[in-house]
Design a protein around this ligand. Structure first.
Ligand SMILES: Cc1cc2nc3c(=O)[nH]c(=O)nc-3n(C[C@H](O)[C@H](O)[C@H](O)COP(=O)(O)O)c2cc1C
Length: 198
């Protein structure tokens, strides 16, 4: 729930957005624990897919997720580090479209730390030899995955996304007006905030 007094003040609103994101990253049941991540491929096509929001930092204005370094999204971000993360929280009627700049952490101390913290079911994702999106000779949905016993640390990467722009939308209930605001950041600091037409 976002209260009127938070909507009415851009400073409060920005703080509310970041506390929503921090809570969502820590709560698997929160709507914003999942988001759509859009990147751009080498032909200029947008690519979108769901990821789990693994961390959010109000202090650094960063949002993070992990993925396979061999995935399409990691390749696209390596070529062009721009992405948009799209969130919808039904209970607070808030949509956030967040434009970011990605830093790929692979085999560095941060990636090693995050890898050491992942749960067993998640680590299984990084224990498979097959490359994501690789063409298969046959349907494999009725068989067990062929995992190695141990995860393959070099497949794991931690993507830290530094926010450059937030497009906030709150859908007013009943006769209440919608509220839309934009926030611009430079070097992880808020530099401009405005209400805009919803
Ligand atoms: C609910 C949900 C959560 C997901 N979370 C992740 C995730 O955290 N990291 C990830 O790499 N893929 C995740 N996936 C799989 C991706 O959506 C995607 O299918 C996969 O990573 C391949 O994407 P790409 O080929 O565009 O790189 C998730 C899928 C769903 C449906």
């Amino acid at each position: 729930m976002v209260h009127l007094h938070e909507l009415k003040n851009l400073t409060f609103l920005e703080q509310t957005i970041w506390s929503l994101l921090e809570r969502a990253s820590a709560d698997r049941k929160h709507d914003m624990h999942l988001c759509s991540v859009s990147t751009v491929d080498s032909l200029g096509y947008p690519e979108a897919r769901m990821v789990v929001l693994r961390a959010a930092s109000a202090a650094n204005k960063t949002l993070s997720f992990h993925t396979d370094i061999r995935s399409r999204k990691a390749k696209s971000l390596h070529n062009l580090p721009y992405l948009t993360m799209l969130f919808w929280d039904k209970s607070s009627s808030v949509q956030l479209s967040i434009r970011c700049l990605a830093t790929i952490h692979h085999k560095d101390p941060l990636a090693q730390l995050k890898l050491s913290m992942i749960s067993l079911p998640e680590s299984i994702l990084y224990a498979c030899d097959k490359i994501p999106a690789e063409v298969l000779e046959k349907f494999e949905g009725d068989s067990e995955f062929t995992f190695r016993n141990e995860l393959i640390p070099e497949h794991f990467c931690w993507i830290e996304c530094t926010t450059v722009f937030i497009d906030f939308l709150h859908l007013g209930r009943g006769k209440a007006a919608h509220t839309r605001a934009k926030f611009s950041y430079e070097n992880s600091r808020l530099i401009e905030a405005n209400y805009v037409k919803a």
